[in-house]
Each structure stands twice: as C-alpha cells, then as structure tokens.
Ligand binder design. Sequence first.
Ligand SMILES: O=P(O)(O)OC[C@H]1O[C@](O)(CO)[C@@H](O)[C@@H]1O
Length: 430
Amino acid sequence: MKVDIGNALASEATPGVPEGALDRLDRRVADAHDTIAAGRAASTHGYESLNLPSTVDPEAIRAAVAPFDDCDTLLNVGIGGSALGAATLTDALADDVEAYYLDNVDPEWIEDLLSEIDLESTAVNVVSRSGTTAETLANFLVVREAMDDAGVDWTERTWVTTGEAGNLRNLADQHDLPALDVPDGVPGRFSALSTVGLAAAAFADLDIEAVLAGAGEVADDLSGSLYDTPAYAYGAITYALDVRGAGVNAMMPYAESLETFAEWYAQLSAESLGKDGLGQTPVRALGATDQHSQLQLYRAGPHDKMVTLVRPEERADRAIPETDLEGLSYLGGSTLGDLLDAEFEATEASLAQADLPNVRIEIDEVDERGLGELLYSMEAATILAGELYDVDTFVQPAVEWGKKAARGLLGGGEFEEADAVDQKTELVVE
Ligand SMILES: O=P(O)(O)OC[C@H]1O[C@](O)(CO)[C@@H](O)[C@@H]1O
C-alpha cells in the first residue's frame, strides 16, 4: 500500500500542512510509535489489536466453520464492529456464497430477507463480544424462531463468536454450539482481522491466511517516522488537516468492492477519535458514483473537509464497445477500467485545482492480501491519530446513553435517560 499526501501540503491546499510542520509532527509520530510499540509488547487493551496478524489462529477459525460446509448462505447476526469487518471482506471478495449482515432491526427488511433465503442451507454466526447488544440478540431470537418455523434445527446451523462470558457463551454451552472467542484487548471496531471478521471470510472460502499475511507485512514495517510508514503518514495527515480545519474526511474508494470498507472506516474513525470535542467526521463515499452526487460540495463548498481517494492499481477490466453515439465515440475501444482510472485522476486534480486537500491511497489489488494491508493500515493510522489527539482511542462511552434510553423505553429498567426522551421540545409541522 502507498499513500500520497502531496495534495494535502500547504503549498497545494487550504487547509494544508506546511512541510516544516509535517517535519515537526514527525517527531511526535516517533514518540507515538514508541507508545504503540510498548502497548503491543505489553498486549495492552486496544494496542493488542495490532498484534492480531501473529496471534490469530486461522486453523481454529476454519475448524469452527467447517461443520457448515454444506451451507451456501450466511446470516451474520451482529452490529458495528461485529459486522463491518466481516462485511468488508465478504462484500469485496466472496464469490460462491451469499453473506448477509443483520446489523439493523428494521422489521420489513428482516422479514423480506428471511422469506427470500433458504434456511435449510443457511448458517448463522451470532457475533457479540458483550452478548448484551439488543439489536443482535433480538435478531438472533427472530432468526431462531424462523428456523424453528421452517423445521430447521438451528443448533445444527449456528455458531457463536463472543467474549468469555455472557448470553452467547451460555447459549453455546447450553446447546453445544461451535464457539469462537472474541480476542481480549481488541475493541469491536479493531476486530476485522480476528475471529470476528475472519470467520465469515473463512465460511466464504476466502484465503484468510493471505489476509493476515498482508496485515502482517504492515505490522512488521511500522516505524518511527511517517515518511517511512504509509499507515502513519495517513494517520498523521488526517490529524494535521483536521486540526487546521478539515473536520470532515470523505472516504472515497474507486472500487465497488470497497464500498463497505468506507462504512467500516467510518466506525473505526468516529468511535475511536470522536471524544472530548475532537475528531474528524467520516463520510462514506464511492467513486465514480459520487462524482455525480457529492463532488459539487467537495469542490465548491466550504473548505472544512478532505477527501481520501482509494484505488487498486490492478483490477479486472472490460472493453467498451465501439460506438458512433454523438460525442461518445472516444469511449469506444477504451475500457471501463481506463474510464474509472481517468475519473479517479480527474477528480483528484479537480480537487487539487480547487485547493481542497486530498490524499491518495493505492493498494496493489482488491484481494485478500490487499485488504489485509488496507484494514491493518487504517487501524494503525487511527491508533496513531489517537495518540496525536491524546484521546482514549479504545473506548466508546458516548454510545451508552442512547442504549440506556432505548432500554428504558422498552421497559428494560429504570433509566433517567429514558425520562429525557419525554422532555423533547416539539415544533411539529404537518
Ligand atoms: O460486539 P458487541 O458487544 O455486540 O458490540 C457491537 C458494537 O457495539 C459497540 O459496542 C457500540 O455500542 C461497538 O463498539 C461494537 O462494535
């Protein structure tokens, strides 16, 4: 993977980072790297995430999913980091299985899905570190009932991925279900390269060893300088741009297969860095599609943002047939990949010409090794940024208020947060 931060320099962009400031920031990167390295060595909570390439046991993951070899459909019942890492991998690379991610509790969506799939050939992975996430447990209960109604023995179709104790661990013990351990010290948003993300990938026959190898190469190359470590260059430049006013980061991969990656990155960044009034707002975008949607704002709107352009250097391609369509004959004889690459470079130049800071990330190709490299690099970048912001990267206390309010509204206990719901100021227009 390589990162080009040239279009984020003060000579090119507003806001931009002066080269002298980047050199001074590199000294802070060196200190942050020492902290990260010490955290990894001590397997400290959160930093342990960066040890996954060498601590994960791919064989244990394959053994857990082996009993479901006769299934061609996966229902991954989990939310947030218990869904997005796995979805990034299977949405990008799965060919001969259908993997669905039940990471919402929209009844119409769930009903439609359960009525469409063949539960006889469906495996269920229930994923929750805590075992208490309402959406996940509610969806599991609905899926289990649907299997019962279909005459399918759910205990023959289900494995769980969970923490040491809790509802899912008890369920696995009670029904002798295959159970994978969510690794200690790895917050959900950092768990893509663990059992949490790799079990679904293994079910989909992806080469999880190659994913880990790509991640491991980045792990081995983490150094004390942003000029030697693409992941740190990205973490440092996003921080430096944010503190100079680029409070939004549009993650814009130019590959349909990386659309879910942008969603995964949004949780990773927002839940890790959104603390103490700090943190960049991640926007999920997609090239070339959003050139016809959000690019107008990126180029001509307020300079309160940066754009991250991601692409594989190699991709399968398809020729565009010759045409005499008015004004479009130039497309004939070219390829869709040529067009996509031209639009990537044109968008990058368009933003640079408008002095809008942008960063280019390129991976060799969207395969297991490339995704392992990209996922690990973004995790390392986020952890570095957390050191530079001086926030507690690995907790997410702000999400708990809403959980308590919702639970109180459903009669799950007495929570003052639920009382606050009734105090809403209304100005209804109908
Ligand atoms: O794996 P669990 O415990 O169900 O949590 C799911 C997600 O919910 C959060 O805890 C936020 O509520 C995320 O950090 C996490 O990825």
